[in-house]
Ligand binder design. Sequence first.
Ligand code: GLU
Length: 354
Amino acid sequence: MTPRAVVKVGTTSVTDRHGDVDYPTLVQIAQDVVDLRARGWSVVVVTSGAITAGWAEVGAGRARPTDAQTLQAVSAVGQPLLMHAWRNAFAECATSVGQVLLAPLDFSHRGQYLHARRTLSALEALGVVPIVNENDAVADEEIRFGDNDRLAALVANLVAASHLVLLTDTDGLLTADPRLDPAATLIEEVTSFDTTILSLAGASTSGVGSGGMASKLAAARMATWSGVTTVVAPARVEGSLTRAIDEVPGSGTVFRARRERLSARKAWIAFAVATRGTLHVNQGAMQALENHGRSLLRVGVVSHEGAFTEGDAVDVRGPDGALIAKGLTRVSAELFEQDDVVVHRDDLVLVRRV
Ligand code: GLU
């Protein structure tokens, strides 16, 4: 089987300090992608930077707007600038690219999900490098991904990649914020998401990218649970992608894929879908789910909250209020009494094990 990698390039790496597309960096990354392909890999690029590049074009030096509508409109200006630059960068390496814009709904509707997967695999068969971004211009603000780290993790899941490489403006995950602590060092390997690791996240302070380390950790967590090894590595180092895949010491932070991988669908339920309600279950139901892998039946549900409809994701909480599972409900809040099976076990993920 062809090994596959998804490489995501963040806004601060795609654009320069004026917000314009940083073409030399794109050329360097394109060369890296082409080198990896020459070794038999198939590579999907996820790019950020549309909003920043768009504002550099039409903002006339003014401060970046904050309202969603203007930002979405600005992305429509920046996306073609970005694609033009990627196209030229890859053309320098004699490789064609194709633009694929995805929205959250493309991942939540099974038919749409499979359709996107078929398109990406057809691009692969054509030898074309897909350049993916969120469909920022038209996606409903409420349901947008918001950051491309998550999108990239979902794409890695979608194409069954073995590796996800998040190229960014740091060397990887560090033991402390290097601006505050000069002794900060690179963490080369993460095997579990314990509280120490999560506390290192900090917030993004670049002002332009929307991700930051917290969103990288969330993406890495989602990807590693889908069996995808994830590496956070510096974008502006020549050959960074290939070095990350080869796990050259010092090339970045590797998050090891778990061996018991969740199916793509369950990883999506666990990490990607926003919940629309909560089901409170009794002790017996909690045990049936956690110890016996059963479906959630209506008799075990003590109460429910939220205006969810059939197919929506819901949280399942135990008698002490702790979150025990996420799942897709088969019934709506309104017609709750209509079916005995509320969440089928195929649509249920036990999050305490995640
Ligand atoms: N889709 C956004 C853009 O292209 C980027 C989101 C992010 O910063 O990750 O501008």
